[in-house]
Write a protein of this length. Structure first.
Length: 136
């Protein structure tokens, strides 16, 4: 009988820096680089390229992580779960989710964002690509 073998869990570096590039309808997040320029309830298409972003791993227990996403506009907590082989991770926050592929010290994520404005009832939404590099 073969011995049970528990796969080794990937331990993530605690700091990831990079950029986000995306398209949104309206401004669906306080992280959005144009948030301060477009008061509600203005709705239109917005694009942004290479907006600086940082992700900090606050805690990791096995494959589960607590995260802090930071831009020049905002900080927000999130949670994530690593794939069993460490090749990726799925994360969620208050109004977005991201699927990341992890390759060594690089992480690339595909994020969707949804937000319904309470005052107007209008939906805001977006997509983006987030590219991180591990490091201090």
């Amino acid at each position: 009988m073969a011995a049970d073998k528990t796969p080794e869990v990937r331990i993530l570096p605690t700091l990831w820096t990079g950029v986000a590039t995306g398209s949104t309808w309206g401004v669906p997040s306080l992280h959005h680089p144009k948030h301060h320029l477009h008061p509600e309830p203005e709705l239109e298409w917005h694009e942004f390229v290479d907006h600086p972003t940082t992700m900090k791993v606050l805690r990791q227990v096995g494959r589960n992580v607590e995260l802090l996403s930071v831009t020049d506009n905002h900080e927000a907590r999130g949670v994530g779960t690593l794939f069993s082989d460490g090749s990726g991770m799925i994360t969620a926050g208050t109004n977005s989710s991201t699927r990341f592929e992890i390759d060594g010290d690089r992480m690339t994520g595909v994020r969707t964002i949804h937000y319904k404005d309470e005052a107007s009832g209008e939906m805001r939404f977006g997509t983006m690509i987030v590219e991180y590099q591990a490091g201090a």
